[in-house]
Design a protein around this ligand. Structure first.
Ligand code: GRF
Length: 207
């Protein structure tokens, strides 16, 4: 594979998106972002894409009768942009079965904890970090994984840890983890783009 066409789905600020943009510019990812889609109007990530000259659109779920129609529209947009890899970079909706089938093993998500801890439905944003702090874990981290039909259940590509300190609050932990997310996601995307990820059931081999 070379020059893989990437589609990025976001819901918010898009610091992970920014990291992908910067690393493509720096030549660290053998790919190109063809399209950024946000399900939130005015998400700052859309501005980041615009500034980088990347096609970006807001798609309002409420304009569709049901989840399936909304997802079909997403697929249509991504396919017509030629997207081969879908990256979920802070996208706060669950994808439909059809979407996952259309991009089987070609959807990557980043989650700000060490899966299988503090993940699944309801674990998003600061809630993830608050749960880790409340539990009293000494380490947390970030996970990049393929997306399957569950929530945060697909095969794990990369994980990295950070320390959790007794006086951390959710903001502190979120900031510390975001820093490693930016590197980990870029690394995983480039592994995909250079065809170095082998999926063996739940196990991932990095070639
Ligand atoms: C990140 O913590 C990511 O792991 C999670 O949502 C957050 C998005 O942050 N899925 P940003 O929009 O990339 O700044």
């Amino acid at each position: 594979m070379s020059g893989v066409k990437i589609g990025v789905l976001i819901s918010g600020g898009g610091t992970n998106l920014q990291s992908i943009i910067d690393n493509i510019d720096a030549g660290n990812i053998d790919g190109k972002i063809e399209l950024v889609i946000s399900n939130r109007e005015g998400a700052f990530g859309l501005e980041r894409a615009e500034k980088a000259g990347i096609k970006n659109i807001y798609i309002n779920r409420k304009e569709f009768e049901n989840e399936e129609d909304y997802n079909l529209h997403l697929i249509e947009k991504l396919k017509s942009a030629g997207v081969e890899l879908v990256v979920l970079a802070g996208y706060l909706r669950v994808l439909s079965k059809n979407f996952i089938k259309s991009y089987k093993n070609k959807i990557i998500n980043i989650h700000p904890s060490l899966i299988p801890s503090f993940c699944g439905r309801g674990y998003y944003g600061k809630k993830v970090h608050q749960a880790a702090i409340d539990y009293g874990v000494k380490i947390s981290g970030a996970t990049v994984h393929f997306v399957d039909e569950g929530t945060d259940t697909g095969p794990i590509i990369l994980q990295e840890t950070v320390q959790v300190y007794p006086d951390d609050d959710a903001d502190d932990l979120q900031k510390r983890i975001l820093q490693i997310e930016h590197k980990l996601l870029v690394k995983a995307i480039n592994l995909f783009c250079t065809d170095r990820i082998k999926i063996d059931g739940r196990k991932i081999w990095i070639l």
